[in-house]
Design a protein. Structure first.
Length: 366
């Protein structure tokens, strides 16, 4: 009897011990391979132009989160959750894109949108290279290779292999923010946003923004490309990020620069969380950008009158007037820039969970 008990304990205990060792080893791997990219990192400019913007007439800048090529209309993401109006809870399914072909289709589609509108400047978020979640499709090459543009790439995601969700792991990934310019870029620098100090830092992006200086006649445009935190319960981290951004906006403005900060703010920019028809309740991750975090002389510029949002919930598939949408993409501009028009391009979320936002503006002479 004792021998049988001993054998039984061994047969149960050894697999349990092995499982614990695997889990501990994996956690050590995630912790030991974690690092943050240094703040104030100089960025290189690829295919830089010699043509200097003269500042006359209208210019355009587009912001577009391309969602690492994964978000076709029927795609849902495992980190997104929500609640239908009848109380039914919803959770996204996938940890990576559905297929490599889907990534290529969505990437080509997003590139086509930029080519169609041909903005003078573009800010593009969630651009992958050598990433498990996007099947190694080189989106960085696709977007920085668009004809007619110089480009700057600021890395904001470099994760260890993430084994979750089980069955469709997110994997090991690299991604960043691309800034495109049809005009000469003087310099660019990567600034590190504050991020969570808890365990979530191992799975979140290495949040950052880039500050790119573009000569405009005898003046300078400071073009800031950003992607702020999501999934920030209580908004503590996003508040710290907004405070840092406010300081940089003020610094650039005090130098006499024109200033445009654009991208995915992951916060409502129009002050209306229920503007668009939906069968879903307002998701927990949605917050509203605090106008107190704008320096004096700055304002938000986005499409306040659109009939469609710039971002859809990814806990369910996309269906117009059913899936939750809001406006979290746009720009903050200084008062020496005259906003002529801000438009959410109704792309029906064909290639991403975001629609592009196109800003038309002029540089004020004084």
């Amino acid at each position: 009897m004792k021998k049988c008990v001993k054998i039984t304990l061994l047969s149960v205990g050894i697999p349990v011990l092995a499982f614990i060792l695997i889990v501990v080893s994996y956690l050590l791997y995630v912790v030991c391979t974690y690092s943050r990219i240094a703040d104030n990192l100089a960025l290189s400019v690829a295919n830089n132009h010699e043509t200097v913007a003269d500042g006359a007439g209208e210019y355009t800048v587009m912001t577009y989160n391309v969602g690492f090529g994964a978000y076709s209309p029927d795609y849902t993401f495992f980190m997104d959750t929500g609640v239908m109006r009848d109380g039914t809870k919803t959770t996204g399914k996938y940890g990576k894109a559905i297929s490599a072909d889907d990534v290529r289709k969505n990437t080509d589609g997003s590139v086509g949108v930029i080519q169609k509108y041909s903005p003078d400047f573009a800010i593009i978020q969630e651009v992958d290279y050598d990433s498990s979640r996007s099947y190694k499709v080189d989106q960085r090459a696709a977007f920085t290779g668009i004809d007619g543009y110089g480009s700057v790439f600021a890395e904001n995601y470099h994760s260890s292999y993430l084994a979750y969700p089980f069955g469709d792991p997110h994997g090991k990934n690299n991604a960043g923010i691309v800034t495109l310019s049809k005009y000469k870029v003087a310099d660019s620098v990567r600034r590190s946003f504050p991020i969570s100090g808890g365990f979530s830092k191992f799975t979140d992006l290495d949040r950052c923004f880039s500050v790119t200086h573009v000569p405009v006649g005898d003046k300078t445009l400071s073009l800031i490309s950003l992607h702020m935190s999501a999934y920030d319960k209580g908004g503590v981290i996003r508040k710290k990020q907004a405070e840092m951004l406010k300081g940089v906006l003020q610094e650039e403005y005090d130098k006499g620069y024109y200033v445009i900060a654009g991208g995915d703010f992951n916060q409502d920019l129009i002050g209306n969380l229920e503007k668009f028809a939906s069968e879903q309740q307002i998701p927990e991750w949605v917050a509203t950008y605090d106008e107190n975090d704008l320096p004096q002389g700055f304002s938000i510029a986005t499409d306040f009158h659109s009939t469609v949002g710039s971002c859809r919930g990814a806990d369910v598939v996309w269906k117009r007037d059913w899936t939750y949408t809001c406006v979290i993409d746009g720009f903050i501009v200084s008062d020496n820039i005259a906003v002529k028009k801000a438009e959410i391009i109704d792309n029906d979320f064909a290639f991403s969970d975001h629609n592009p936002v196109l800003l038309t503006f002029e540089f004020n002479a004084n």
